[in-house]
Design a protein around this ligand. Structure first.
Ligand code: E4P
Length: 220
């Protein structure tokens, strides 16, 4: 399973590349706004961090663009900036035609804001490179996500679709593990999810306990 960082902060991305060897990056308008810089400046800076690697950076088309005629040229413009870019399109009707058109030009698309298996199926049919089901939002709304992810993976496998599933809006280690158990390809999460997820109080207690024995024992 691949771990992506959900962020547009270049310092955070650089840290996660170094400390966790993260496999890719996902951004969205919220993350870009938090960077405090203009959209194009931010995504160009991120592109430089992964230049020469096969790590993808998902960059989102203006969410006000809701027609194929608006989405396609913007997607092509963004894709031309970096070979690492995968173009995020929100899961609405014109996106599917746009995803197909981009695929014909070898431009990869990430169908985002996916909340149902039917949406995921349509995105797979269109040839989306990535599909991003948002499980954190669904869980916050009291919805089931284990069955949701299992359904998407079953559909993908039943028909041998090539789309990769990025489980998105992942908030904790439990959701990372649930995604792995469902056989998802990728999770994308904030740096804190990865940092907190590898901590355990027994690990800390064990280090303290063994340090005492170590200190009471001569080295030679
Ligand atoms: C994924 O690609 C999205 O960027 C992300 O997970 C959306 O969720 P959030 O902004 O609520 O964290």
């Amino acid at each position: 399973m691949q771990f992506f960082l959900d962020s547009a902060l270049t310092s955070e991305i650089a840290y996660a590349l170094d400390a966790y060897n993260i496999d890719g990056i996902t951004t969205n308008p919220r993350h870009v706004q938090a960077s405090g810089k203009p959209f194009l400046t931010t995504i160009r800076e991120i592109a430089r961090l992964v230049e020469g690697t096969d790590k993808t950076v998902s960059v989102e088309v203006n969410p006000h663009f809701t027609t194929h005629e608006e989405m396609l040229p913007e997607a092509e413009k963004l894709a031309a900036i970096s070979p690492n870019f995968v173009i995020k399109l929100q899961c609405i009707e014109p996106a599917f035609k746009t995803i197909e058109a981009l695929a014909r030009k070898n431009i990869r698309a990430n169908c985002t804001l996916v909340f149902s298996a039917m949406q995921a199926l349509q995105a797979m049919r269109a040839g989306a490179y990535y599909i991003s089901p948002f499980i954190g939002w669904k869980e916050a709304n009291g919805e089931d996500t284990r069955g949701f992810l299992a359904d998407i993976m079953t559909i993908r496998d039943n028909y041998d679709f090539s789309s990769k599933i990025i489980v998105a809006a992942v908030r904790n280690a439990h959701q990372v593990v649930d995604s792995a158990l469902a056989g998802a390809d990728i999770v994308t999460a904030a740096l804190s999810v990865y940092q907190e997820g590898i901590q355990h109080p027994y690990t800390r207690e064990g280090i303290a306990r063994f340090s005492q024995f170590w200190d009471a024992t001569p080295y030679e």
